[in-house]
Design a binder for this molecule. Sequence first.
Ligand SMILES: [Ca+2]
Ligand SMILES: [Ca+2]
Ligand SMILES: [Ca+2]
Length: 474
Amino acid sequence: MRSIKFEHFSTAALMLLLTALAGCTTGIVKDSNGVAVAGVAVTAYGQCAGEGCEASQVETATPAGLLTGYQTSSDSNGQYFYDPYGEKVAAEEAMTIAAAEGSDTYQLQYSQAGYQDVWLDYTPNFQQYSSDGQQYLITGVPEVYLCLDGAADSDGDGICDDAEAQYGTDPQNADSNGDGVYDDQALFGSGSPFATNLRALLHYNINVSDFEASKAFYQLLGFSVLLEVDVDVPDAAEAQGLNLAPYSLKAAPMILADGFIIDLIKFHSPYDDTAPHSDIYSLGLATLSLKTDNIQADMATLEANGIGYSILFGSETNPVTIQFADPDGTVILLSQVFEDKGLNSSGETYVHGVFSTNINVSDLAVATAFYQQAGFRLIGENKGIATLGLQDGRHFTLTESDSEDLAYEDVNHLGIARIAIETSNIDQDIQVLEAAGIEFYTSEAIIPSGPLSILRYVAFEDPDGTVIELVEYN
Ligand SMILES: [Ca+2]
Ligand SMILES: [Ca+2]
Ligand SMILES: [Ca+2]
């Protein structure tokens, strides 16, 4: 509810930012079995700026004959970059791709011998990342799955059966959600092929008792403050949006190097000082799970700052995951992950991203069905853990737990009290979800008073009471 749209800039603001802070476009190409494909020619038909534009300009036929294409190719991870920073590519290949004036999309063409071409209309969704103290804007194109030439397309919607299984659409139905728009148009054009329009995880809300102390704690870990805002909601109808009495709070969205955001909040009133869950198996959003490049150095840093920890997985000499707590007792897990994405912590630790987003549930089958209905895509299920995906490629896990420690009843409880998810069509989602039996705190989306009127939100609970907020930006 309360986070400013810091990661989604208006076109005007974006153009201003692009002059000082160019934006990177990146994505991944796989085959219809989910295996990365290298050497795919990715041609962007948009406006190009940067030294590499001339060299990578291609002469192929352009859509509607309006724009010139600019080509790059996927690497061994299937990943491609239009990288204006020249960090992943040579300076002479550095390019920024932007939509043409008067349009909010550009087209991407994926070509590889033996596979069918994919054409994608892409609306950039720039998010802020930090690395080595520098701020960058990065927009992640959803994963594209290539179909082999001649692959079976049972429902004739232009996407082969195996690729539909990867996307999560129905291979036997050309219009998976029955809205009159074919799956390929929804997936590669605008809109959603799924029942709802959930797009991306916006943030985890973490409530704290001492705003400054907690801010300093999360800064030490590597979170940077995006802004601070005081929120006062005296109106009962507006406060009902979060199922609260009229409230006031101070909030600071804080971002990690990989773009993961926590919305740090100190409720002034109503204030609830009940301690957060101390058990990682508690129902709901029990823990914040982060990853680091150097867990042993981080253990020393935590110790030097008087923060105690225990080793959850691994050993003293080979620690894999440690567990500690924020100043109020919110449980944090930190795992060693070796990867080179060029992301660096902005704090004193090597923490650079979120490791997992997990929700503990009492009945896995019930919860999985619920989240699927809400618009999450079921990717797999194994040993009491279901993996679900959002359109932004982020995965959530649901873990079955027999804990009797219940999810927090109210969103002002200390600890991780709520997740916020962006949707591109909140009114349609409310309609679809209400028809499926999901009850919201309010029957319509709430427009916050004051500067946050740039968004509308609505909130509901999962079967165990975990609060999920949907947000649509204007
Ligand atoms: Ca199909
Ligand atoms: Ca289909
Ligand atoms: Ca459809």
